[in-house]
Ligand binder design. Sequence first.
Ligand SMILES: NC(=O)c1ccc[n+]([C@@H]2O[C@H](COP(=O)([O-])OP(=O)(O)OC[C@H]3O[C@@H](n4cnc5c(N)ncnc54)[C@H](OP(=O)(O)O)[C@@H]3O)[C@@H](O)[C@H]2O)c1
Length: 279
Amino acid sequence: MTRLAPVLKMNDGAAIPQLGLGVMYIPADELPAVLAEAAALGYRHFDTATHYGNEAGIGEGIRRLEVSRDELFVATKLPNAAHGFDSALRAFDRSEEAIGRIDLYLLHWPQPPKGKYRETWRAMVRLRDEGRVHSIGVCNFPAPLLDELIGDTGVAPAVNQIELHPAYPQPEMRTANAARGILTESWSPLEHGRALANPTIVAIAERHSCSPAAVVLRWHLDLGLVVIPKAASPAHLAANVAALELSLTDRDHAEIAALARADGGFGPNPMVHTTEQGA
Ligand SMILES: NC(=O)c1ccc[n+]([C@@H]2O[C@H](COP(=O)([O-])OP(=O)(O)OC[C@H]3O[C@@H](n4cnc5c(N)ncnc54)[C@H](OP(=O)(O)O)[C@@H]3O)[C@@H](O)[C@H]2O)c1
C-alpha cells in the first residue's frame, strides 16, 4: 500500500500535502508518465509554474491518472511578465485552460523594481473571492513585502515558497512567515542536488541505511515545511517518498543544523530579480 504524505492546514482552511513533486525542467510530453509513476508511489501534490513551460503536460497527466482529482493538489505560479491587475487575471485564465483546476496559485517573484506586486496580489485575491482558486500564495517574498500585501487586502498568502535547504535554512523567514500565519514551502530543497553529496548528509544516510535525499527531505518535514523536490526517474521518486518512513535523531538534526552558512543560498535576490524567464 502506498503511503501518503501528511497534510498541513493553510490559513484559508484548505489542506496541502506536505511532500509534493516539483516538476521544473521536466518536458511537458514526459510529464504524464512521471505523474503516473509518482501517483503510484503516493505523490498527490504537484508544483509547476507557467515559466516551466509544462502546464499542459500537468493537465494531460492529471486527466490520465486513475486517482480522483479531489485527492490531488496542484500548484502553479503567475509568470513574471504578467504582473499587473488585468494581466494577472489573464495569466490565470491561460494556466487554468492548460491545467484544469488549480488548487494553489502562487505569485512567482515580487519583482520590486516593476512596482506591481501589490496590484497583482489584489487580482489574486479577486480570483480567490470569485471561487476560481481556493488558495493563493507567494514565492520569494521578504517580510516587509508580505506586510504590504496583508495591509492592502487583509489577506495573508497561504504559503511563501522560498529557497530553503540545509546550507540555507532561512530561520528568520520561517519565523516571519509563521508569525503571519503563512506556511513556509522549500524550493530547491535538495540544493538542486548538491546537498546529497555533502559528507555529513551522506554519513547520516549511512547510519540509517537510506538515501541522502531521504535524510534531507525528512529534515524539511520535521521542521514543519512543505517540500517539493524535483525528480524525474522512478528511482529518485521512490527515494524521496521514502523520507516519509524515516526518523531522524536529535544528533542527526544537530549535525544538519551545523551545515547552515550565511552564503548558503544560490538563488537570485528577490528584491532585484525581474527577469521574464527562469526559476
Ligand atoms: N518558486 C521558485 O522561485 C522556485 C525556484 C526554484 C525551484 N522551485 C521549485 O522547487 C522544485 C525543486 O527545485 P530544484 O529542481 O531546483 O531542486 P531540488 O529538488 O533541490 O533538486 C533536484 C535535483 O536533484 C536530483 N534528485 C532528486 N531526487 C534525487 C535522489 N533521490 N537522488 C539523487 N538525486 C536526486 C534531481 O535529479 P533527477 O531530475 O535526475 O531526478 C535534480 O537534479 C522545482 O521543481 C520547482 O517546483 C521553485
